[in-house]
Design a protein around this ligand. Structure first.
Ligand code: PAF
Length: 289
């Protein structure tokens, strides 16, 4: 009964900072949870939304495909988009407010201020996508300033992004609690991503080698292999057994500093990025020694 009533409540929508202020004023004195997204929402995003709904009084979601985090030859122009579907999902989940800013609201004419998080951005995706995390940190700080949340929710699928946001929040004394939400997989193991939608059915099948190579590596570690070079080689062999796979990186590293390690000892992050056709997919797992 309660959930039936909830489904009838239309989500509030705002696209300017003025509209945001008006709606946020009506939330005054309550805990605001915030989930920033680039849209084309899947179960991974919805797990962030559910966590916010569970822990906060009001939940705000933003949809903004942030142009400055894409490089010149990346997939900004083909980034999937389904606003109606997204609104339907957010409405039936019971989200209070959708912020969908116009580009000029976030990047007005003459925009000159950027946020740069050092060191942890030198590894993994930061290495092959220069400018990615400067773009992410800049837009996320702007969104935090507009939404003014007490709680924010990010998925562990983008492990390095989460590390960047946590560092940003700590270094700039933002009074915000960052919630880490586990990666969500399809039933066959593929990590959920909006970019999966651009895979052909053949590519999608090949993409399973990412999660499977991570499972193999975990298995090898549990059987006593600790040399990172050996583990990386077996991940590489598993992935390149499929044709047309272009490995960007396979990293075995410290989960906090993201520095490469040579031997798996204690908590370790295995992360990878692979280009399949025109899609670049990432996946990761944590292994405990
Ligand atoms: O993870 C994403 O969808 C984006 O990087 C984010 C955090 C919304 C910033 O544009």
């Amino acid at each position: 009964m309660v959930s039936d009533l909830k489904q009838q409540v239309l989500i509030q929508r705002a696209s300017s900072t003025g509209e945001m202020k008006r709606v946020l004023n009506s939330f005054h004195g309550t805990n605001i949870g915030f989930v920033p997204t680039m849209g084309y929402l899947h179960e991974g995003h919805m797990s962030l939304v559910e966590e916010s709904l569970r822990t906060c009084d009001h939940t705000v979601v933003s949809i903004f495909v942030n142009p400055i985090q894409f490089g010149p030859n990346e997939d900004l122009d083909v980034y999937p988009y389904d606003l109606e579907g997204d609104i339907e999902k957010l409405e039936s989940a019971g989200v209070d407010l959708l912020f969908q800013p116009h580009r000029e609201i976030i990047y007005p004419e003459g925009f000159k201020t950027y946020v740069q998080v050092d060191e942890i951005t030198d590894h993994l995706c930061g290495k092959s996508r220069p400018g990615l995390f400067k773009g992410v940190a800049t837009v996320v700080l702007k969104l935090f300033n507009i939404v003014r949340p007490q709680h924010v929710f990010f998925g562990e699928k983008d492990w390095q992004q989460l590390a960047v946001i946590e560092t940003l929040v700590r270094d700039l004394n933002l009074d915000i609690f960052v919630h880490r939400v586990p990666l969500v997989r399809e039933p066959d193991g593929l990590a959920m991503s909006s970019r999966n939608r651009n895979l052909t059915s053949k590519e999608r099948q090949k993409a399973l080698s990412l999660s499977r190579s991570l499972e193999d590596a975990k298995e090898k570690i549990s059987q006593g292999t600790t040399a990172a070079s050996q583990l990386k080689q077996s991940i590489k062999d598993r992935i390149t057994a499929e044709s047309g796979m272009q490995i960007d990186y396979i990293s075995i590293c410290d989960p906090i500093s993201l520095q490469e390690i040579e031997e798996v000892k204690g908590r370790t992050l295995i992360a990878l990025a692979v280009k399949i056709g025109s899609s670049r997919l990432i996946d990761n797992c944590i292994v405990e020694d």
